[in-house]
Design a protein around this ligand. Structure first.
Ligand code: SF4
Length: 345
């Protein structure tokens, strides 16, 4: 049986159903009210330093909290034409970083071409990798490819315990993640002197906020090194966004109201001032433009008169654009905020 919301014909597969839930009347202030109080309304971009490309929803995993509703049954995938438009747009700018995500972005046949083109333009490239993709037979040379192009890897690992990782990401995924991390270490990833960056991302397994990043990073480093001989560079913490499959979990477990109130009470104006949409532009698999990957999944394209497709990309009209905000944005402003510029696949 398919595990995606779409495959299960769950109403929450529809962005409008999710928004209906998120925007329903509540005793909590709306996100925009909170921005007003923090003198940040309307939220505006301050430039574009990250060009994020979501190449599609196909994934070899079906994680419980996936904000993309990705999975093996999702056919949406970026075409070569759209990938070319991305590179043409990038070439018009000096945006330093290209952040490629999915789904499992490496499964898109255009992934390697995008990496090569972006590196050819001298840009830093990040790959949001689910780790297990490195073990698929057709991807046997993926680690070598990423190392050769000096791609930064950002990988999800919600726990150094098998039971918690498998509960969130699927049976057997913890062992596969360890195998992939060891493989990446062999290529030099995560080794201090190699210049090959391997960062991990922690997100809570349940309806709670992440702990302080520094403390949990030290714990992960110790456990992964002593138990498994694995090295990595940094560990980022992210808050689970109340959308898609995590929204389904919140509703089904009776935690939705409590979780939203927790996010609202943890609103941090400093985190709001630094949210990733203020310096990111996100391109969807079909070329539509968004303020971030979360807005992309809620079908909330850039608005307020800016070009909304990559073929019409015009940096001067986008760099100071007004951001489209809704109540899910509370997921970016709780506590210290989410620190890795968005979720991994
Ligand atoms: S969800 Fe997107 S638009 Fe909203 S604050 Fe976060 S990054 Fe910005």
């Amino acid at each position: 049986m398919p595990l995606t919301l779409l495959g299960r014909h769950n109403p929450l597969a529809s962005a409008s159903e999710q928004l209906k839930m998120l925007e329903q009347p509540s005793s909590n202030p709306s996100f925009d009210t909170q921005l007003h109080r923090a003198s940040l309304y309307p939220l505006r971009a301050t430039g574009i330093s990250v060009f994020q490309i979501n190449v599609g929803k196909l994934c070899n995993q079906t994680c419980r909290h996936c904000h993309v509703d990705a999975g093996p049954d999702r056919p949406e995938t970026m075409s070569l034409e759209t990938a070319e438009q991305c590179i043409q747009a990038l070439a018009k700018t000096d945006i330093p970083t290209v952040d490629i995500t999915g789904g499992a972005p490496e499964l898109n046949p255009r992934f390697r071409w995008l990496v090569e083109q972006a590196r050819g333009l001298g840009r830093h490239v990040m790959d949001r990798c689910n780790l297990s993709v490195l073990l698929i037979p057709s991807q046997a040379d993926l680690g070598k490819f990423l190392a050769r192009h000096r791609v930064e890897i950002i990988a999800s690992l919600p726990s150094y315990r098998a039971s918690q990782t498998d509960a969130q990401r699927g049976d057997g995924i913890f062992e596969k993640s360890l195998e992939a991390l060891r493989l990446l270490n062999r290529f030099g990833y995560g080794r201090l002197d190699s210049g090959l960056t391997l960062d991990l991302v922690y997100n809570p397994v349940g309806a709670f906020l992440p702990p302080k990043q520094e403390a949990i990073e030290a714990q992960f480093k110790k456990e992964l090194r002593t138990q498994y001989g694995i090295e990595f560079n940094r560990l980022y913490t992210i808050t689970n966004m109340p959308i898609s499959r995590f929204l389904e979990f919140l509703i089904e477990s009776g935690n939705y109201d409590q979780y939203m109130t927790r996010l609202v009470n943890a609103f941090n104006p400093d985190a709001a001032a630094g949210v990733m949409c203020r310096h990111t532009l996100s391109v969807g698999w079909d070329g539509k433009l968004y303020d971030c990957d979360f807005n992309q999944m809620l079908d909330l394209p850039v608005d307020h008169g800016t070009p909304s497709h990559i073929r019409d990309f015009e940096p001067t009209q986008l760099h100071n654009r007004r951001i489209v905000t809704r109540n899910h944005c509370y997921g970016c402003t709780a506590g210290s905020g989410s620190s890795c510029g968005g979720a991994t696949s």
